[in-house]
Design a protein around this ligand. Sequence first.
Ligand code: ADP
Ligand code: MG
Length: 292
Amino acid sequence: MASQNPKTIATINFKGGVGKTTVTWCLGDIVSAFSDTKVLLFDLDAQMSLTQAIALNEDGYSLEPEFQKWYEASVDKRKTIFDALDRYARPNQHFDFPAGFDFIYQLTDNLHFVPSVEDLYWMELEVFDRDAVKDFVRRLMGKITTSAKLPKYDYVLFDCPPSFTLLSYSVLSCCDLILIPVNPDYFASKGINLILNSLKMKIEPFPLPQIGVFMNKAKTRGTLTKDTRFYMREIERVCKQAAESQNISAKFLESWIPDRVGVKRAITSGGVPKELRDPFQKLWHEVMEYMQ
Ligand SMILES: Nc1ncnc2c1ncn2[C@@H]1O[C@H](COP(=O)(O)OP(=O)(O)O)[C@@H](O)[C@H]1O
Ligand SMILES: [Mg+2]
């Protein structure tokens, strides 16, 4: 399965709460369960939702001691994602950041994780050269794919913040696919319109990756509700329009993820709930077909 370069997917949306973190985790969980498929997850959100969820024990209250210990060591040794960026941005120095398991945490054999750190909050205030930083994630991926200490990853999934930070632009400038979850509400198509019509310009001079938009938290009563179907048609129309007018590859995916409370336990209890495995698998297959 392992190919030369991993396929990279970034989950984004301007809006918080649409399910970026949940979807990134669930896809990582589903895909790493295929035998011999190595997945690396990045938490790039300074709000640290994914990192905090992973740090929690199954009881949901206490901290997982093994991860906690590893995390503190990673911070002490200056091996976090922020330290990597800090090294990268130093003027007139080559990017010295060997990538190993003090930077990447092994959740399972196949599922590995780069946590977020609070320092990312303040990053926007530091004087980084915006255009230079755009190339940071590409260079970091280079360190990861050439490291003799790390496995060859098949997929790398980035959980991005709800705002467009330096780091998000850096990811969007080099990933293969941008995955945008939306929710069935009135504002979704307006938000999508805004993103699809501004991304290309923001990422220049880098080419815009393929974009896949899909419905998360779809309402069902046996089958999809009339409302959810209405919003899906609206968003699909916006995607088609933007794809034509901007000349970009943006598609509204047919697969959707239903609204199910069970998903709240997916991260701390380690697995995608049974009733959501099929929808996430379908979504993954459609994403893979689209990326061919
Ligand atoms: N398919 C779903 N069904 C029900 N709840 C969901 C679903 N997807 C996400 N949620 C819930 O919505 C909230 C926001 O999700 P999250 O993944 O943190 O969003 P984001 O990362 O976009 O801010 C969380 O409480 C999460 O459990
Ligand atoms: Mg999030």
